[in-house]
Design a protein around this ligand. Structure first.
Ligand code: 3HC
Ligand code: NAI
Length: 694
């Protein structure tokens, strides 16, 4: 362990004086993370203030885009360097002279804990405050779980600690977390406040307050009520419960004991697999934005108006993303009724959001006002990006792109939302394949965060950069995929679906297969998902075909939730129950195939549905269809609800051990037959004891 060092020559912390106020400034881009040098500099600055009689008060502020955005996550897992953050926060709070935190940007995690150590907090209007540690599988470990409830109240602390969500400066002020909101030069206001309070004693210390704990002390049942109310949200996660326990300790115990509980809970989380997976995922998400094999200085094209072709399920949702971001959309349909229906649904969706208080009526009108619905294809000539979302048929897509080629302006980006079709083939129906790209949104497109950017053989670098930049503007997380059947996400879904269906024939029930997936942490299993998306998808093209269980369900009108019958029966409130009719259909197929039902254990389900997905992910990687293993994980967490505390399929496979995955697949190889073949990369890595992700 390294000891407190002298302030390094190039410390990110500097001090200056304004009269008798010491201004402590951090300059540690990009987000003023509280790395070792920052921590050392802060302690040294407090010592400087203590040691100088001329100094009567201190202001702590940051240069750049933000106040401290938390501990430096890249230091986690490495040998600790002194001083620890709790020591720094204590040093600030124990300073005999008033310390003011001047907050701009985002005061997050350890950053907010530093601010809570200060005696006063002042913030600009658009500042945001939060403790996002829970999203990293952690809790605020520098006294935050003890000081926050004392300053902002127990309920607010519980909400902030377990959601990790940021609160606005105004909310923070209302909760007592910020003493003053200012406009204009923050540092001037902070110095003015420091001068105003320079003689106030005793200094208000967050750790010594307990007025806001009293209500919870009188009614400790609030903790269990909170647990109960959020049980669904917290399912499977370890960190929310640890956060609750820490806040509970703040209420039940004196501060000095509460911080010990906090430390123990923090260390417990840090040692577990969930926080490792969640920290890994934090960086995975950011890495996904980096596009490989393009010149670094590639500049994006300008996108001022977007065109969307098709106002169906996807076209409407896709349009809403751009409208909500203030980008005008021209939407084109084949017939007036389809256009009216599509735009009507968009309006209804916006109004539903407004009814929940998440939008104002004015914002609804603003968004819809940016929409230009038309049957006139030529109107697409004014668009910089045109996204096709028509039926999933190659001949129709080619016809649409051929037409677009004649209409679209020079340099316009032509995108397809196809789920499976070959983007290169679509591009070849134009004279400008360099402008063609896949933009694969997920349903519902206005809600789901994931966007697969499908890079064709000829897609130009600036088209990719534009798509990546736009994805941020519309608040999506984008991942670059190569051209292959189903790209990353849907391609990995296929082996899972094949094996899940075979398991039914061999003796499992839809309930058992789905339960295994839900217990694993997925929001739903493969059959629940089929019922939600529609059992009839893809069946209508050939309604006479009854080749498998799914076709048989579709042929009987069991199309899923929309018909209150699919793999399950549904009541009026869409609550599922096992269906005797489905069991009959399964048994019928089983006997036709000459299969005798056998007992199937949960482990086999995991090996045949989840291990096969890992194997497919490895194939995607070895074929270069994903840039990196972590991109596959981003697709699965954001596109399909893979539990983030398992990091995504590739990270999970690494945690399990690739040797174990290979062993499991070998055990099932015979049963899976010709539907399965091993990824060479997986075998190689398992053999060498390597990992995909870390
Ligand atoms: N530590 C190390 N690096 C960090 C970091 C952190 N806390 N926060 C952000 N970064 C890095 C990112 O990895 C990224 O690096 P890159 O450019 O090499 O990809 C760079 O800073 C910029 O980050 P973003 O791309 O996310 O920038 P944005 O402007 O979109 O967002 C932000 C800024 C809101 C601050 C966002 O980065 C964020 O949410 N950061 C994480 C905050 C957090 O989780 N803090 C808690 C840390 S844990 C803690 O404090 C424990 C304590 O209680 C003991
Ligand atoms: P949909 O059937 O709901 O909508 C398609 C719309 O396109 C219809 O309104 C139709 O009238 C219109 N259309 C057809 N040909 C047209 C043309 N030549 N000009 C103008 N409009 C035309 O289909 P959905 O579900 O929206 O799918 C669209 C595309 O998105 C498909 O390629 C599909 O694979 C893909 N996709 C679908 C997802 C889903 O969950 N539904 C998810 C991701 C992608």
């Amino acid at each position: 362990m390294t000891d407190i060092l002298d302030k390094p020559a190039t410390s990110p912390i500097s001090t200056s004086r304004h009269g008798d106020v010491l201004i402590v400034t951090s300059n540690n881009p990009p987000v003023n993370a509280l790395g070792a040098a920052v921590r050392q500099g802060l302690v040294a600055a407090i010592e400087e203030a203590e040691g100088d009689e001329a100094i009567k008060a201190v202001v702590i502020r940051c240069e750049g885009q933000t106040f401290f955005a938390g501990a430096d996550i890249t230091e986690f897992g490495k040998p600790p360097v002194m001083p620890w953050l709790p020591t720094v926060v204590d040093a600030i709070e124990n300073c005999s002279k008033p310390v003011v935190a001047a907050i701009h940007g985002t005061a997050l995690g350890g950053g907010l804990e530093v601010a809570l150590g200060c005696h006063y907090r002042i913030a600009v209007k658009d500042a945001k405050l939060g403790v996002p540690e829970v999203k990293l599988g952690l809790l605020p470990g520098a006294g935050g779980t003890q000081r926050l409830p004392r300053v902002a109240g127990v309920q607010k602390a519980l909400e902030m600690c377990t959601s990790g969500a940021m609160v606005s400066a105004k909310d923070a002020y209302d909760a007592g977390l910020v003493d003053r909101i200012v406009e204009g030069e923050l540092v001037q206001h902070a110095v003015a406040l420091a001068e105003e309070v320079r003689d106030i004693r005793p200094l208000p210390k967050s750790s010594e307050r307990d007025d806001k704990l009293q209500a919870a002390r009188d009614n400790p049942a609030i903790f269990d009520e909170f647990r109960k109310a959020n049980a669904k949200k917290f399912r499977g996660f370890e960190a929310p419960e640890a956060n609750i326990k820490a806040v509970e300790a703040a209420v039940a115990k004196p501060y000095a004991e509460g911080v010990i509980d906090e430390r123990n809970l923090f260390m417990g989380l840090m040692a577990g697999t969930q926080s490792k997976a969640q920290q890994y995922f934090f960086f995975a998400e950011r890495k996904a934005a980096k596009i490989e094999n393009i010149p670094e200085d590639t500049q994006p094209r300008v996108v001022k108006r977007v065109g969307v072709i098709g106002a169906g399920t996807m076209g409407g949702g896709i349009s809403m993303n751009f409208l909500s971001a203030g980008i005008p959309v021209t939407i084109v349909e084949m017939a007036q009724d389809a256009l009216d229906r599509g735009t009507g649904i968009m309006r209804k969706n916006y109004e539903a959001t407004a009814a929940k208080g998440r939008m104002t009526a004015e914002q609804v009108e603003q968004a819809m006002g940016l929409l230009n619905p038309t049957l006139d294809f030529d109107k697409l000539a004014e668009c910089d990006l045109i996204i096709e979302a028509v039926f999933e048929q190659m001949d129709i897509k080619k016809e649409v792109f051929g037409r677009l080629d004649k209409i679209a302006k020079q340099g316009a980006i032509l995108a397809s939302n196809t789920s499976y079709l070959n983007v290169d083939e679509i591009a070849a129906s134009t004279s400008r394949p360099q402008d063609v790209v896949g933009l694969h949104f997920f349903s519902p497109a206005n809600v789901m965060k994931l966007l697969e950017i499908v890079r064709g053989a000829k897609t130009a670098p600036d088209v990719l950069v534009t798509a990546m930049q736009l994805s941020k503007r519309i608040k999506k997380v984008a991942v670059v995929a190569g051209v292959c059947h189903g790209f990353i996400g849907n391609r990995m879904l296929m082996p899972r679906q094949v094996e899940a269906t075979k398991l039914l024939l061999e003796g499992a029930t839809p309930e058992q297969v789905d339960r295994v997936h839900v217990e694993f942490g997925m929001p739903m299993g493969p059959f629940q998902m089929a019922d939600l998306a529609g059992v009839d998808i893809g069946w209508h093209r050939d309604p006479n075909r009854i080749e498998n269980i799914r076709d048989a369900l579709a042929a009987e009108g069991r199309w899923g939730q929309k018909k209150q019958a699919g793999f399950y029966d549904y009541d009026d409130k869409r609550r599922p129950s096992p269906s005797p009719r489905v069991q009959e259909i399964i048994e019928d197929f089983r006997s036709k195939a000459g299969i005798t039902a056998r007992q199937i254990d949960d482990e086999e389900i995991v090996e045949r549905t989840l291990y096969t997905m890992v194997n497919e992910g490895a194939k995607i990687l070895e074929e270069g269809m994903a840039q990196r293993a972590s991109d596959i994980d981003v697709v699965w967490v954001y596109g399909y609800g893979w539990p983030v505390y398992r990091g995504g399929p590739m990270c999970w496979a690494d945690t399990e051990g690739l040797g174990k995955i290979v062993e499991g697949l070998k055990r099932q190889e015979e049963r899976m037959g010709s539907d399965f073949s091993f990824s060479k990369l997986l075998l190689e890595k398992a053999d060498k004891g390597e990992k995909f992700t870390r």
